[in-house]
Design a protein around this ligand. Structure first.
Ligand code: ADP
Length: 195
């Protein structure tokens, strides 16, 4: 299965992507995690991305698309993957479509997490004290939510029109939300076809 997780920052995509990846036996690919590792290791990519991430803005489409192209070409992603944090713009979604169709592949489903904004903010502020992410500060959180609404939310309609969208209520325990994801995936057209 080739699944995209779509949702605002703080909606629980990362946690659920890891768990679903285990259930399906495919890798969870998080662009945020890849970028944060590059920042820690001070690679050229990390140097370029750090300031942008700290402001809560988006890294350039070209950079992210080439990073994903390289990652999904690896052998462990042959039979599927969960994408967490990509695509985040229409241009990224179109690039992903092309990449997959070039190999005769297609997405199986897009899981769309909905969580009220006050819950998102509480979760990110809580994570700031627990994990110390440098973009979990109030100003960067506000900017990430604004960028989400402007650049990423249009993907909901983009994928709904393609009959790929599975809406999931992201409020509840980790187990509850995981159960909803499994149920939602079964209802999506492309997801039951074993590819
Ligand atoms: P969030 O908690 O906001 O969902 P992520 O860990 O997915 O955080 O991403 C952290 C930051 O990494 C983003 O705010 C952005 O700067 C950058 N980033 C991650 N994925 C992408 C992407 N697909 N396109 C552009 N920038 C990205």
């Amino acid at each position: 299965m080739r699944v995209v997780f779509l949702g605002p920052p703080g909606s629980g995509k990362g946690t659920q992507a890891g768990l679903l990846a285990e259930r399906l036996g495919v890798p969870a690919i998080s662009t945020g995690d890849i970028l944060r590792a590059a920042v820690r290791e001070k690679t050229p990519l990390g140097r370029e991305a750090q300031a942008v991430m700290d402001r809560g803005e988006l890294v350039s489409d070209d950079l992210i698309v080439s990073l994903i192209r390289e990652r999904i070409a690896r052998p462990d992603a042959r039979k599927g993957f969960i994408l967490d944090g990509f695509p985040r713009t229409i241009a990224q979604a179109e690039a992903l479509d092309k990449m997959l169709s070039g190999n005769g592949d297609a997405l199986s489903a897009v899981v769309n997490f909905s969580v009220p904004e006050h819950v998102l903010v509480d979760r990110m502020l809580g994570r700031a004290s627990a994990e110390g992410r440098s973009d979990d500060r109030p100003d960067a959180i506000a900017e990430r939510l604004r960028v989400y609404r402007e650049k990423t939310e249009p993907l909901v309609d983009f994928y709904r029109q393609r009959d790929l969208l599975a809406d999931v209520n992201g409020v509840g325990s980790v187990e509850e939300v995981g159960g909803r994801i499994d149920g939602a995936l079964m209802s999506v057209r492309g997801a039951g076809e074993g590819s």
